[in-house]
Design a protein around this ligand. Sequence first.
Ligand code: ADP
Ligand code: MG
Length: 475
Amino acid sequence: MNWEAVIGIEVHAQLRTARKLFCGDRVGFGEAPNVDVCPVCLGLPGGLPTLNPEAVRLAVRTAVAFECTVNPVSIWARKNYFYPDLPKGYQITQFEKPLAVNGRVVYDGSVGESVVRIRRIHMEEDAGKSVHDRVPGATAVDLNRAGTPLVEIVTEPDLHHPGDVRAFLTALRHILEFADVSDCNMEEGSLRADANVSIRPRGATHLGTKTEIKNVNSFSGIEKALEIEIARQIEVLESGKTVHQETLLWDDHRGTVRPMRSKEDSHDYRYFPDPDLPPLLVSDAEVAEVAAGMPELPRALRARLEAVYGLSGYDAGVLSQTPQGAVYFEAVARRADDAKAAANWVMGPAQALMNARGESFATFALSTEALAEVIGLVTDGTVSEGVGKAVLQIVADEGGAPGQIVEDRGLRQVRDAAVLEGWVDEVITEFSDEARRYRDGEVRLLGFLVGKVMRQSDGTADPHQVNELLRGRLG
Ligand code: ADP
Ligand code: MG
């Protein structure tokens, strides 16, 4: 039997607010346990929720970034269940009427540009944390996270390959980062993705029974977990048994999934509208305002870099990884007046220097002016490419202007034939053996000899001329 996997994703992203969703407590990370709490998020009698408008603004921004329709009226609902990290005994979420519906994410999948439809985006509060490694033999509860604002983004079951899930999630995170709504840090749990998966005979249109995989803390982990779960379901069906609807936990160390609970249905949660909160109203004007303030998103940026600067899709993709990187590139391209050279220098030497210094585009010690100046010096032949790279390093380490550094240190490229011939003669004398072997036909030794002349000149000789001179002398 030829099987097809069907996959839908649920992503929880923590909104980047200073305060919790329904009270004034701080949203922190790594604080001492149970310091950011109050009667409201502890669920003490009489505590009443007050909505944080900043969270709503970021959630609407998320909805607009994913091209959703924002509902003018959405309803807060209580999802009731018992768990030690849920002090109220219910989670405030949105159920029947979510904040937004019908969005999409375009991403580059295994068959090229593909679309995953977003079914809904709703707001909800996070629960606290059960901490298993703090008190020996016991589980501790930390409620700092209780009441932190989240958006849940739910896709249609439009994915079919674990590798595509990873590509889709990468695109989704990219959009969240560009829209600046979440830190998207999977290790700290500010981005969590659960995968729902079923299989069916290829060509069938019905959906099979799904399982849901939770507790995966990396995109590569999700890809791996899905591969394993798809193989398991195929085996179950092929041996004549049936897949049970259940929630599975991914074990990253063992690389296995194990059942956590048989999946409950939504009616088990006894959802009902929260009597303490009025419906959430978002006007068309508010949506329009958010849309107007939306920064350029990754795909639009990439397309613009291709169109405006004539970059390849690959280069434009690399340079649109972060908004800061693109801003940096565009500043260099404008100043250097040669977009292709700017792209090569930003992606190559500048990026390497930045990585070596542990900096980001936002903190990079090399200004766009300095990089553009170096590109100009290399392009017009004042210095060689190698010297240009060395100058970048000097500017980053010591500051100063590239042109001045070149003059002060005598780094100008030497094209004076007499001077070059002097170095060439010295090298031919010193490496007479290699010179003779080159004459005898070992042509690859030319590179070796050019290198020696370059060293002789402290990197200042014009390599093209050196090449010509050596060929002439040894020809
Ligand atoms: P639940 O009520 O179990 O949360 P939903 O219908 O809300 O299920 O869907 C949750 C996620 O699971 C969505 O992303 C949806 O696309 C996906 N999904 C639903 N049914 C299936 C299925 N049979 N196979 C794969 N994914 C599914
Ligand atoms: Mg669900």
